[in-house]
Design a protein around this ligand. Structure first.
Ligand SMILES: [Zn+2]
Length: 398
C-alpha cells in the first residue's frame, strides 16, 4: 500500500525559511525538537501501516530525508552564539562550538565502517556536514580562514577522512589493531575489554581512564594511516602491557610515527591551514632585519625563512611560533612595542630560529621539542637571562 503523508513538504519549506535567519540557541533547540517530534510521528504512522518512510512517494520522502539529516545543522546553527558573532564583527575570529567532538564522532564512525553501506553513509553525512559548515560561514560573511588554526585543522582532517585512500586504510588498520588488542588483552588481563575511541589529534598519542562503565582508551588516528600489520601487532601488545601496568618502552612506537605516510597526512593538513598574519615590519621592530642579524651571528647565515610576521593577536604568554611545514615564524604583536627591549624580540625570534634549525624534526609526534640540546643552544643567546626574566614578567602582566 502506498502511503501519502500530507504536510511534510510544507514543513520542510517552513524549516528552510526559519534557517535563513540566524537562530539563537533556544530557537534552534525548539526547532529541532519540533522537527524530531514530527518525524517520529511520521515513522510511527508508517510503521502502523507496515511501511517505512523510505517507501513514501518522492516529494514527501525527500522532505523526510532532508528533515531527518537536519539534526546536525540545527545544533551547528545554534552553536555560534551571539557573542562570537559580535566579536567576529569587530575583526577577531569565530568559533564553531563542539567541532572537535563532531569531527571525532565522524572519525569513529568511519574507522568502524567495515562495509560498503556504512562507508557510503559516513561519506554522505560527513560531506553534508562540511557543506553545511561552509555555507554557514558564508552566511556569516566569513570563510574557513576566519576560524582558529586549531578549528581549521579539524575541518581539514574531516576532509581527509573522506579521501578514498584514507577511508580504505583506516578501517582496515583499525580492524587489524582491535583484533590484536583483544587477543593481548585476554592474555594479560582478566578485566572486561576496554572501550576504544579514536581521536583526531597529533598532540595526544593515547590516553586512558576508568569511568563508571569501565576502562576507556583514546588513540590518535595517526596510528592507522600506514599499512603495517606487524607494527599494529606490536603497538597493540605494547599498549595492553602499558595499561595493565607492565614496564614497556614506547620508543619504537614513537619512532614509527615519523614514517612518510604519517608525515604526509600532517603535511596535507598544515598546507591547507591559513595563518592570519601581518607583515614582518611592525610599528617598532622589523623582523626581517632582526632575522638577518641573528642568522649571521648565530647560524652562519644558513637559515632562510619562507615567511616572518607579527601575529594578528596580542598574545603575552606564547610569544613565538614556528610552523615547520610552511617554514614560517610568527612573533606576537605584544612585543612590537617601544617598552619591549630589542634583546627580548631578538631572543624570541632566536628561539624560533632554533626550531627552524631543527626543521621537520620538531613536529615529529611524541618528540620532545625543548630537549636538553635545545636548551643548551638556547642559552648561547647573549642576553638569555635578562630576556627570560622580561618574558616571565610580560606573561604575568594583564
Ligand atoms: Zn619553542
Amino acid at each position: 500500500m502506498r502511503l501519502k503523508i500530507q504536510g511534510l513538504v510544507k514543513m520542510m519549506n517552513n524549516v528552510r525559511d526559519r534557517l535563513k535567519a540566524s537562530l539563537t540557541q533556544m530557537q534552534a533547540d525548539e526547532l529541532s525538537r519540533q522537527v524530531r517530534r514530527n518525524l517520529d510521528a511520521v515513522r510511527k504512522l508508517c510503521r502502523r501501516h507496515l511501511s517505512s518512510p523510505r517507501n513514501l512517494p518522492m516529494p514527501s520522502r525527500r522532505a523526510f530525508e532532508y528533515l531527518d539529516s537536519l539534526k546536525i545543522e540545527a545544533s551547528l546553527d545554534s552553536d555560534m552564539d551571539t557573542n562570537e558573532r559580535e566579536s567576529h564583527a569587530s575583526g577577531s575570529s569565530i568559533k564553531i562550538k563542539g567541532l572537535g567532538s563532531i569531527v571525532e564522532s565522524f572519525l569513529n564512525q568511519m574507522a568502524l565502517s567495515w562495509d560498503q553501506e556504512k562507508i557510503a553513509a559516513f561519506k554522505k553525512q560527513a560531506g553534508y556536514y562540511l557543506t553545511k559548515t561552509l555555507d554557514l560561514l558564508k552566511r556569516r560573511r566569513s570563510g574557513i580562514t576566519d576560524l582558529s588554526v586549531k578549528q581549521q585543522r579539524l575541518l581539514v582532517r574531516l576532509e581527509l577522512y573522506m579521501d578514498d585512500a584514507i577511508m580504505e586504510i583506516i578501517p582496515k588498520n583499525v580492524r587489524c589493531f582491535i583484533e590484536a588488542f583483544n587477543r593481548h588483552w585476554e592474555n594479560h588481563s582478566s578485566k572486561d575489554q576496554p572501550r576504544i575511541i579514536f581521536i583526531s589529534t597529533n598532540n595526544t598519542l593515547w590516553r586512558y581512564r576508568e569511568d563508571k562503565k569501565g576502562l576507556v582508551i583514546k588513540i590518535s588516528d595517526l596510528f592507522f594511516l600506514k599499512d603495517d600489520p606487524p607494527f599494529l601487532e606490536k603497538f597493540a601488545e605494547t599498549l595492553v602491557k602499558k595499561i595493565t601496568g607492565r614496564r614497556v618502552s614506547i620508543k619504537e612506537i614513537r619512532q614509527w610515527l615519523t614514517n612518510d605516510d604519517v608525515l604526509l597526512f600532517q603535511k596535507r593538513i598544515e598546507e591547507a591551514v591559513h595563518h592570519k598574519k601581518n607583515s614582518a615590519r611592525g610599528l617598532v621592530y622589523d623582523l626581517d632585519l632582526i632575522f638577518e642579524k641573528l642568522n649571521k651571528k648565530y647560524f652562519d647565515n644558513k637559515l632562510s625563512a619562507s615567511g616572518l610576521s607579527w601575529t594578528m593577536n596580542v598574545a603575552k604568554s606564547r610569544t613565538g611560533y614556528y610552523y615547520p611545514l610552511s617554514n614560517e615564524i610568527f612573533i606576537s604583536t605584544a612585543l612590537d612595542d617601544k617598552k619591549v627591549p630589542l634583546y627580548v624580540v631578538e631572543f624570541v625570534l632566536y628561539h624560533e630560529m632554533l626550531h627552524m634549525e631543527d626543521g621537520i624534526d620538531s613536529i615529529k609526534p611524541g618528540k620532545k621539542i625543548h630537549n636538553l640540546s635545545f636548551k643548551k643552544r638556547e642559552k648561547k643567546f647573549k642576553y638569555y637571562d635578562k630576556a627570560e626574566a622580561f618574558l616571565r614578567r610580560l606573561a604575568m602582566s594583564k
